[in-house]
Design a protein around this ligand. Structure first.
Ligand code: FAD
Length: 406
């Protein structure tokens, strides 16, 4: 097949990543080349439905060990020295082919998986084992119709009460990724006025999962509303201490924000590669579109920004893996900048492809165009896991202090 060259290999010299994470890149790249790229166009253009969930591919991701990447040995994980760097590499490689698939990985393995590490050893045993072997699909439910960016105990409307040895949960969550095919979810709710994280079986009585949302992009990723009506949850399915819900969510989102930043880098890189390949072939005015110095310079600017954004993501991941705690403000910078770079690059990529850049499927011969898919997919990265304005608040707080940015 006539594939674009991976310009990352020619233009980005990786002096940052530990050897361990570079090996994960080699293995994941081989997996993506073999299993994902041949079907990526279908994943990125299909309409959302339970049947559209790539269950076989999900299983092969489990068999390839991708779901064991973040976890320590005592949970059956890979016990890596640099697990967030490795997870960031996996997300970059997946998102290069399909951002929807990368989102499935993030919302199965990283967000609920990291939250589960705050559970008791028997909870970890019961839920992490099926998460890692792919026999269960996990979700993380934080957002509600009335609470997304603003996650204070006063705004979150999902409540739980302890009655006997069980919590009884009532509420309504929105945009829960993987829920239409999910087995269990970690859920942010309010207990006695403070935010707490519980673990809920999606097949428990009282749980209703809505139909999948139809979205602009990331079509392989299924999201849905989840309603909870008097759902009984065993007392042991309490993650961390009472009132630690937001802290647990933010710990998971430390992983989430860095990997969403790098998903932007990957989409931008894929669009850049497509453009260079297309411009070298597209005949125009007696030459090639690649002769245009205007577009050469535009792409030189994008390539520089992609390189900077990638460095920012791996620097934040490295800082976390080296034990320096929450890597702020680098993490917020990586999320906001990596996803912005994707939007900027995708807009120019569609322009470079002309009319073809606007086509999902060409009527004449069924052709699809990756830049159109990236254009649709990349926007959500600026919104989910902390809208970019929330990231800018974190950066501004580092500059001005909490008394100015409350
Ligand atoms: C495809 C998809 C998948 C998702 N997956 C999940 C999931 O698995 N689990 C989950 O819990 N949630 C999920 N979400 C929800 C997502 O995280 C939220 O949509 C996001 O956090 C924003 O919340 P909101 O939609 O309520 O927007 P709001 O909180 O209402 O914000 C709207 C806009 O206001 C602006 N804004 C917000 N705060 C500020 C501020 N302080 N200053 C200036 N401007 C501001 C931003 O531009 C923001 O986009 C998903 C959403 C989508 C679309």
């Amino acid at each position: 097949m006539d594939q674009p060259m991976r310009l990352q290999d020619r233009m980005y010299h990786d002096w940052l990543l530990p050897e361990e994470a570079r090996s994960v890149r080699i293995e994941t790249r081989a997996f993506v080349d073999e299993e994902v790229l041949p079907i990526a166009s279908g994943l990125n253009t299909i309409s959302e439905s339970v049947h559209a969930f790539p269950g076989d591919l999900f299983q092969r991701m489990a068999e390839a060990g991708l779901f064991r990447i973040p976890f320590p040995a005592d949970c059956g994980g890979k016990n890596l020295q640099y697990p967030l760097c490795a997870a960031t590499v996996v997300m970059e490689e997946l998102a290069y082919a399909s951002d929807g698939l990368a989102a499935i990985y993030d919302d199965h393995c990283l967000l609920p998986g990291i939250a589960l590490l705050s559970g008791s050893s028997s909870v970890k045993q019961r839920y992490l084992t099926p998460l890692m072997n792919g026999s269960a699909v996990a979700c993380m439910a934080i957002t509600e119709p009335g609470a997304g960016s603003d996650l204070r105990a006063e705004t979150v409307q999902t409540h739980a009460e302890l009655t006997g040895d069980a919590f009884v949960v009532n509420g309504h969550k929105r945009f829960v990724t993987n829920a239409p095919v999910g087995s269990f979810m970690t859920i942010l709710c309010v207990i006695n006025g403070s935010l707490t994280m519980l673990l809920i079986d999606l097949h428990a009585p009282g749980v209703t999962v809505g139909p999948p949302d139809l979205k602009v992009g990331n079509r392989a990723q299924l999201t849905a509303d989840v309603w909870l009506e008097n759902v009984r949850v065993h007392g042991e399915n309490h993650l961390g201490e009472a009132g630690e819900g937001l802290r647990i969510a933010l710990r998971a989102l430390t992983w989430g924000r860095i990997v969403i930043g790098v998903s932007g880098v990957a989409m931008a890189q894929a669009a850049l590669d497509e453009c260079v390949h297309f411009m070298q072939k597209r005949e125009m005015f007696g030459g090639k579109l690649a002769d245009s110095q205007y577009w050469q310079f535009r792409l030189a600017e994008h390539a520089t920004q992609i390189s900077m954004a990638r460095d920012m993501c791996y620097k934040a991941a490295l800082r976390y893996d080296l034990g320096a705690g929450t890597p702020e403000p680098e993490m917020a910078m990586a999320k906001y900048y990596g996803t912005q770079v994707a939007g900027d690059m995708a807009r120019d990529a569609v322009q470079i492809f002309g009319g073809s850049g606007y086509i999902t499927r060409l009527g004449a011969d069924g052709s699809t165009f990756k830049v159109e898919q990236i254009y649709r997919d990349c926007k959500i990265a600026e919104i989910y896991e902390g809208a970019n304005e929330i990231q800018k608040r974190v950066i501004a707080r580092a500059a001005f202090g909490r008394e100015y940015v409350r």
